[in-house]
Design a protein around this ligand. Sequence first.
Ligand code: ADP
Length: 402
Amino acid sequence: MYIFFSRSLEQQLNDRLEILAEAAIPSLRIIKSRGIQRLDDELPWQELFRHNQSLEWFNPKGKLLAKEGKFFANSSLSQALADGLQEGFPILQQQGQVRTFSIAVYTEDRDKTTLRLEGYIRASESTQDLLWKLEQLRSGLIVGGVTVLLLSSISGIGLTWLTLQPMQRNLRRLKHFTGDVAHELRNPLTAIGTTVDLLRNSPEELSPAQVRKLAIIDRANEQIIHLVEDLLFLSRANIDSDRLDRDFNFASIPLEELLQDLVERFEPQAQNKQIQFTPHLRTGIVVKGDSHKLSRLFSNLLDNALKYTTEGGRVALFLEREQRFAVIRIEDTGIGIPPDSLPLIFQRFWRADTAKSEKDGLGLGLAIAQAIVQQHKGEIKVSSRLGAGSSFRVLLPLDAQA
Ligand code: ADP
């Protein structure tokens, strides 16, 4: 738009100068014979004359005879003559802020066969107006462009927000639904568990086959209760972080004690698989957290390490301090995780193909571990090599008051 308008304004200016110069042709003869004073009454070109224009009349040698107006080019006619004016071509020049249009004027001799050079006329106009208009246009375009961009961005954001609203509402409803279902399932499942326990506690009324069946029901029930607890925890972590904060019981936790308890709990599992399980725990490392949730976090990681390490392998648990963080590392020499799967392992219900042979697992353990770490303002990272082993590293901020 700017280029189009500036070209059009330039063209208009050039056209005006050409018309002015051509309208002044008859006046050259008058000036030569009677001087500039006689010009005022006799010629029509004056109607074309604007406040920012001027005219100059020259003799055939390029000497200035007369001039009229305010804005003149600084130079003489010699440059225009050198550029070909003498041969009869009109010359357009820009000199500073003045545009000039020079023409040569010829008259026919009496015999009407030859042309005689009468002199030259130079029409000039200041380009200040033109520059001012272009400047106005440029500012208008910038202001308009920025306004349009702003308005379209705002309306874009608004539209996206409006479009996303129903989806977000549905997602929230779905999460609430999962939470509600998990909550509602908890009571009947606990009732089943209690009833089964009661029955198993009076084995004299049951046949051995019935006791075995009850044990199977009990195990299955325990698994479902576990899953429901996990789902409830995750749906709360997603919907309502305030509520989750209230569920958390924050206190100063000496990590060495907490981890030592877990080591004792997992030792039988390690021995069963002849896994060498070694803890390296530094003392005096205290974090602010919920001991129940932190136990859950590390037991999920230790359970995985032992679960995905084959017999005769090694699992090590480290507790160290790094600046303002407690660093807990769980390293195993297990089956490892394929590199392309590493970004996925913290997603719910995700399990590597290599892990699917392991019956015990639903793919929620790491999602829960991550949610707990986030609630403690920490960080969890994993590095792994397929077939060689994995290392999970958890960073938790130290308790500043401890
Ligand atoms: P699962 O109940 O399947 O163990 P998790 O969320 O705890 O679920 O883990 C998700 C997946 O990540 C597992 O199925 C397994 O493929 C992989 N994984 C987790 N920990 C390890 C590990 N220490 N070694 C190898 N693979 C692991």
